[in-house]
Ligand binder design. Structure first.
Ligand code: ADP
Ligand code: MG
Length: 477
């Protein structure tokens, strides 16, 4: 059964209608006509180039997401633009935009559609001002080449690459890179800056931390020189602001950032921001700024998986001309799960220990060093401990956990215990099952899945699990 273009588009509209304000919906979605559907490609007709650009700039993620729901992961959108042809009013020319620019990339992990856009025109030029020499403040070691790609960062890395190739000319403006500490935000943001400089040394690139920006702003405001400050930043072609969470509650600095942001964005200049949380969760930041952060693309960085960790370690070693047994590399990768900075830190500690003690790097040394290094693995937590903690928490007798009781509270406590045992101990599923009156590994798998599903749908259940998780984590430290 294939769906018709009309049907697919109707379904998309039904969703979009609920999300977009009524007036915007009327203006930007009602005029669109579905044209055809070929495989996973839906073609829609829009009234003008401007219309098309507006959609790409403001609704690209929404379009991609809804379309993906209809057509699956490979969904793509193509536009046809009606062009008024002066003397022949009755026959609008329909142009097909070359497909290449409009692919929708998706990432299974993050459910994050990307649409790559064509260049935005209208570059703003400040008359009479020559390009000034501004040191970009970049660290040359932070490049794409040294930034290993994995599922954990694929969307962000690719978006960064796209931006670096066409700064200011894609819909990823601003590009917001967010994620926890030590996961590579600064590295990736600077890689974009370095790449822009490499492609085109005339571009004015500037990297600045939010703290520095705020300090500079405060200095300038004391000296009545806020305009100078703002004008300076408006000269930049690619502005990278790191850790924007520090703007929270810095009201006046936010005003300056707002003015700079608007000017640069309107002039087709690129903004790259990093944050330790998604823009929507940035408390103490003005809504008008947050809404602008949402204009572009927000992409997150996660902790790399095991294989990616290995690759990162090997790359580091290669760059620094180091060697160590593969089993040691594997051991580090397996045991460090906090962030990439700690992963590197473990490697460095190990090297330091080996040269201080004039000792070869081997698994024994690695175990010793990592014991001091990773807090969480310093104490092994057992299944029994977790069982006792859960029983205390829910006030459930320990024996019940092991029996075949089907009472709901008991079943849930048992499932949560298995889930935590899986997360916090290195025991096999089989061993875990054995600790619950000899259940088999499929029961454990099923329990873990049930807990995950319930956490998605039941917030009070989730709260309990999170609270317990914290207790277990603390006990493991
Ligand atoms: P953040 O700014 O998010 O706190 P950083 O950018 O400072 O994190 O990254 C911490 C360290 O981890 C840096 O040395 C960086 O080079 C390294 N790093 C992070 N992600 C990767 C990656 N994907 N490939 C290689 N090195 C990485
Ligand atoms: Mg950083």
């Amino acid at each position: 059964m294939t769906k018709t273009a009309d049907k697919v588009w109707d379904n998309c509209l039904a969703i979009i209608k609920d999300i977009v304000e009524w007036q915007h919906f009327k203006t930007w979605f009602e005029p669109i006509r579905p044209v055809e559907i070929k495989g996973k490609v839906l073609t829609i007709q829009v009234p003008s180039q401007f219309f098309f650009e507006y959609l790409e700039e403001h609704y690209v993620n929404l379009l991609a997401k809804t379309l993906k729901r209809e057509l699956g992961k490979e969904a793509r959108l193509e536009y046809r633009i009606m062009v008024d042809s002066g003397n022949n009013k009755n026959k609008p020319i329909t142009t097909d935009i070359p497909g290449q620019g409009y692919k929708i990339f998706t990432n299974n992990e993050m459910d994050f559609p990307l649409v790559i856009n064509n260049p935005v025109k209208n570059p703003f030029v400040i008359p009479g001002l020559k390009k000034v020499q501004i040191d970009p403040q970049l660290n040359p070691i932070y490049t794409f080449e040294t930034f290993i790609e994995g599922d954990c960062n694929r969307v962000a890395r690719r978006a960064g690459k796209t931006v670096a190739d066409k700064p200011g000319a894609t819909s990823f403006n601003p590009l917001v890179i967010y994620g926890g500490v030590g996961l590579g935000k600064t590295h990736l943001a600077q890689a974009v800056g370095n790449e822009v400089k490499r492609n085109n040394s005339n571009k004015v690139v500037l990297y600045v931390s939010s703290e520095k920006f705020i300090n500079q702003f405060q200095d300038h405001s004391r000296n009545n020189a806020i305009n100078d400050f703002i004008h300076f930043y408006q000269l930049i072609d690619v502005l990278i602001i790191d850790d924007v969470q520090f703007f929270s509650r810095a009201e006046k600095s936010q005003d300056a950032l707002f003015a700079i942001f608007n000017h640069l964005h309107q002039s087709g200049k690129q903004l790259i921001l990093t944050s330790d949380k998604p823009p929507k969760d940035l408390e103490g930041v003005q809504e008008r700024l947050l809404s602008r952060f949402r204009w572009g693309l927000s992409a997150d960085l996660q902790m790399p998986d095991y294989d990616t960790k290995i690759e990162i370690l090997e790359k580091k070693m290669k760059n620094d001309g180091l060697e160590m047994p593969k089993e040691v590399v594997k051991y580090i990768a397996y045991n460090i799960n906090s962030n990439v900075r700690e992963l590197e830190g473990a490697l460095i500690s190990l090297l330091a220990q080996s040269s201080l003690n004039k000792r070869e790097i081997d698994l024994d040394l690695a175990k010793k060093v990592l014991r001091n290094f990773v807090k969480t693995s310093s104490k092994e937590i057992t299944i029994d401990t977790i069982q006792k903690m859960v029983c205390d928490f829910f006030d459930v007798p320990y024996e019940k956990l092991l029996q075949k009781t089907r009472k709901r509270e008991i079943v849930q406590a048992r499932q949560i215990t298995m889930y935590l045992a899986k997360a916090f101990t290195k025991n096999s599923l089989k061993t875990i099952g054995e600790h619950f009156g000899g259940r088999d590994h499929t029961t454990v798998i099923h329990s873990c899945q049930t807990v995950k599903d319930l956490m998605d749908t039941d917030s009070s259940f989730k709260e309990s699990v999170m609270e317990l998780q914290q207790k277990v984590q603390l006990a493991a430290m």
